[in-house]
Design a protein around this ligand. Structure first.
Ligand code: PGA
Length: 259
């Protein structure tokens, strides 16, 4: 992390918590973050769609320093797309950040880089910020293909966006073998890939975009490993799954400077 970029730590709840549980969790997180709130860190929470309205109301009424996010979106703004939710609907709920291309979406729901690109473009078009995920499988890492896989995902996922748009978004590097497994990439490996992503942005877009784009690491981030990850020059934050479900643990991750 360099001081030029504001750190961003995001809680991806996945398919956990109904709207009552979501309200309790956000109230507890707010309480745990305490007076200092988030210590200069942008904190986003990404509950399931059914919780968004409840969490939005809570954040606004209590003026919490917590930013609302979503886990996915469709790319059209309306139409005959049964079951889908549009970026304009999310924006209307004051959602500010939308995760796109999470590896679980790619693995279980067949999302391709082209779909990720459409989603990222639509999120920006609706005035929100995409968190664009990338990451390699264990087989790809062992075969020495991790960099080329991530490289391809970044180029294709962000294709046709302008340098200004790329500089303003968030990329989450999540090695698939580290997600939910308790197996974190070493800080050095995570740093190496985040530096690689930044160099791809410099190559394809611009040096300014590369300097500005925020890059998160994700995959078994916990209170015990966040501080070390955040000392790395190219890691600007974290996308946290399991540990974000527990407000105590998530607050401890946000307040990584204090431990
Ligand atoms: P994890 O999930 O922290 O539970 O490994 C990370 C993610 O999938 O975003």
């Amino acid at each position: 992390m360099t001081e030029a970029r504001t750190p961003i730590i995001s809680g991806n709840w996945k398919m956990h918590k109904n709207h009552f549980e979501a309200i309790q969790a956000v109230q507890k997180l707010h309480y745990r973050l305490g007076e200092e709130e988030s210590d200069g860190v942008v904190v986003t929470v990404h509950p399931p769609f059914t919780d968004l309205r409840s969490v939005q109301t809570l954040i606004e009424s209590d003026r919490m320093d917590i930013v609302l996010g979503a886990q996915d979106t469709y790319w059209e703004s309306e139409g005959a797309f049964t079951g889908e939710v549009s970026p304009t609907m999310l924006a209307k709920l004051d959602v500010a950040y939308v995760i796109v291309g999470h590896s679980e979406r790619r693995q279980f729901f067949g999302e391709t880089d082209e779909m990720v690109n459409r989603k990222a473009t639509a999120v920006i078009g609706a005035g929100m910020t995409p968190i664009v995920c990338c990451g390699e499988t264990l087989e790809e890492r062992e075969a020495g293909q991790a960099e080329s896989k991530v490289d391809g995902q970044v180029r294709a996922g962000l294709a046709s966006l302008s340098a200004g748009q790329v500089g303003a978004l968030v990329v989450a590097y999540e090695p698939i073998w580290a997600i939910g497994t308790g197996r974190t990439a070493t800080s050095e490996d995570a740093q190496a890939m985040c530096a690689h992503i930044r160099s791809v942005v410099a190559d394809v877009w611009s040096a300014e975009a590369a300097a500005a784009v925020r890059i998160q690491y994700g995959g078994s981030v916990k209170p015990g490993n966040i501080a070390d990850l955040m000392t790395q020059a190219d890691i600007d934050g974290a996308l946290v799954g399991g540990a974000s479900l527990n407000p105590d643990e998530f607050a401890a991750i946000v307040q990584f400077r204090q431990h």
